[in-house]
Design a protein around this ligand. Structure first.
Ligand code: HC1
Ligand code: SF4
Length: 574
């Protein structure tokens, strides 16, 4: 163990601990920009490029970056001496000298770490003048917005993309002042192998990486009297949007959310969770068929577009493995513009479907031509949890003050199984609840598959289907998905079903969710909220959703029917 003194307080820590971590242990918070500790993901960004965390070490000539300097016996450290504070302010001023001063209109405003530090350190004047770097904004993907002029070269996005997600879509090019983090050969993102998981957005400290916004289009639709505007909300929204209104982490706000959406002016408020139940009916049918025929196993879940994009670039040879079911929000879009449109006597072209998603890849997914029905997009626009919170604020709606209201019918009824889709392991658990009962004809005594819940990168379980023991796994984070798929490919592991979600922890941690600084605690709180909703919902199995049963009776016939295949399934284009 190492003994040292930080700001006159003695502390004893393990060898190898950095000064920043040692200070944290005695509640001394050293500001930092490039540093990032991803906790459960065991990934730390220590490039020491911003130097904001510099501290004074007695006996050393230069200030030391505390995020990457290990402690040593007897060290005496000052984290807020005159020299340290002066240096931090100058560093911030230097960074800002090459930054567009458009905080008022930046969509990261109030959530920007650089802005927060500039305020904290009283940076109130532009002391450095000179040339500024100039790069175009890239919105080519319709999903991820890159604004390189706001990049401070912290390299957090590179660590996330290259090491956690193992995608390798962005890296630094150039030297000195001309350095820029960009896709290979500085191509627009849409020509790169970016999968739009949005995890780089969750760690970018400034407005350099954000999402392409569709609030204007949503407002335009709401104000257009000739359109019937339908909104659907993903399972994970209800567990997180309360954070934007000062509610404690993990507060489930389903009823308030519905009331606020009604107040905003949507003609119908539907639940993506209904479509999650529908997905289980279709995907469950595929799972049963493939297991019974023992072919094309393991079957991989297909509801996460970030993961499907990853498959396209990194494992195209496995494209026969995913389920062909569309993702729930795309199924909802199709059902709204066919079954529901017919029911209310409105032409599909006069309807607008808005999806509120915790995800950035859903924006890209919704724009793909293979997800159109009769030449009309299933989903017109996707807005994130953050965008919806902004719209509520713009309309003067405080979620805290809203009453509880119910989703509209006929596409608003859902089950606990549909809700848990929002958390890693939930799609698999929902599928198992249905597949078990359909195959065995027996009632499942304990419907909680606790083994596949939680933040661990890979979780597995076994289940007995009338003597056939099936082995299943849930994995989240694309780095984990890569490891598991490599083992599947080389035959060193055998599974029957694998759920894959691109974002570590699943949709609760999607790239469109409220930003989290105390990341792991927030994600766990959101997960708890999701399972609490499941636990307290009367119907907890997808095949028991009465509105889904009615939809089959009135429209699709049965799961896997020709009509269901035509409207609820897709093929992979790569
Ligand atoms: Fe998800 Fe899904 S669970 S992908 O994480 O299958 O985005 O919440 O809506 O479509 O249901 C996201 C969440 C979401 C779909 C469902
Ligand atoms: Fe990489 Fe995902 Fe960001 Fe694309 S969205 S650059 S894949 S982390």
């Amino acid at each position: 163990m190492i003994n040292l003194i930080i700001d006159n307080k003695p502390v004893t820590v393990e060898e190898g601990t950095t000064i920043l971590e040692a200070a944290k242990q005695i509640n001394i918070k050293i500001p930092a920009l490039c540093y990032m500790d991803l906790g459960e993901l065991k990934m730390v960004n220590k490039v020491s490029s911003c130097r904001i965390c510099s501290v004074e070490v007695e006996g050393r000539r230069n200030l030391a970056p505390s995020c990457s300097t290990p402690v040593a016996e007897g060290m005496k450290i000052h984290t807020n001496s005159k020299r340290v504070l002066f240096a931090r302010r100058k560093l911030l001023e230097l960074m800002l000298s090459n930054h567009p001063f458009d905080c008022l209109t930046c969509n990261k405003s109030t959530d920007c770490d650089l802005q927060t530090l500039a305020v904290q350190f009283g940076v109130n004047a532009k002391h450095f003048k000179g040339v500024r770097s100039s790069f175009p904004v890239d919105t080519s993907s319709q999903a991820l917005r890159r604004d390189p002029e706001k990049c401070i070269m912290c390299r957090r996005c590179e660590t996330m993309c290259n090491e956690v997600q193992t995608v390798g879509a962005i890296t630094a090019f150039g030297r000195g002042f001309n350095t820029v983090v960009a896709p290979a050969e500085m191509q627009p993102l849409v020509n790169s192998n970016c999968v739009y998981c949005g995890q780089c957005v969750t760690v970018c400290p400034t407005g350099a990486l954000t999402a392409v916004g569709y609030m204007k289009e949503t407002w335009d639709a709401l104000f257009d009297p000739s359109k019937k505007v339908v909104v659907q909300v993903a399972p994970a929204i209800r567990a997180a949007i309360g954070e934007e209104f000062g509610m404690p982490d993990g507060t489930a706000v389903t009823g308030k959310l519905v009331a606020a959406l009604h107040q905003l002016g949507f003609d119908a408020v539907f639940d993506t969770t209904f479509a999650a139940d529908l997905t289980i009916m279709e995907e469950g049918k595929e799972i049963i068929e493939r297991i019974q025929k023992n072919e094309n196993l393991p079957i991989l879940t297909s509801c996460c577009p970030g993961w499907i994009n990853f498959l396209e670039f990194h494992f195209p040879q496995l494209k026969y493995m995913p389920s062909t079911s569309k993702s729930p929000h795309q199924m909802m879009g199709t059902v709204v513009k066919t079954y529901y449109a017919e029911k209310i006597g409105v032409k599909p072209e006069d309807m607008v479907v808005i999806s509120v998603m915790p995800c950035i890849a859903k924006k890209y997914e919704a724009a793909q031509p293979n997800l159109e029905t009769n030449g009309i997009r299933d989903v017109d626009y996707v807005i994130t949890t953050r965008e919806l919170a902004k719209m509520f604020k713009e309309a003067g709606i405080d979620l805290k003050d809203m009453p509880d209201e119910e989703f509209d019918n006929p596409l608003g009824e859902s089950t606990g199984a549909g809700v848990i889709f929002g958390s890693s392991g939930g799609v698999l658990e929902a599928a198992l609840r249905t597949v078990y009962e359909v195959v065995t004809g027996n009632k499942l005594e304990n419907i909680d598959f606790a083994a596949v819940r939680g933040l661990a990168g890979v979780k597995e379980a076994f289940i007995d289907l009338n003597g056939r023991i099936i082995r299943v796994a849930a994995t989240s984070g694309l780095g984990n998905a890569r490891k598991i798929l490599e083992k599947v490919e080389d035959g060193s592991i055998k599974y029957d079903v694998i759920e894959i979600m691109a974002c570590p922890g699943g949709c609760v941690n999607g790239g469109g969710q409220p930003f989290c600084h105390d990341r792991q605690e927030k994600i766990e709180a959101r997960m708890r909220a999701i399972y609490e909703i499941d636990h307290t919902t009367k119907v907890r199995k997808s095949h028991e959703n009465a509105s889904v049963q009615k939809l089959y009776d009135e429209f699709f016939g049965e799961p896997g029917s020709e009509k269901a295949h035509q409207l609820l399934h897709t093929d992979y284009w790569f």
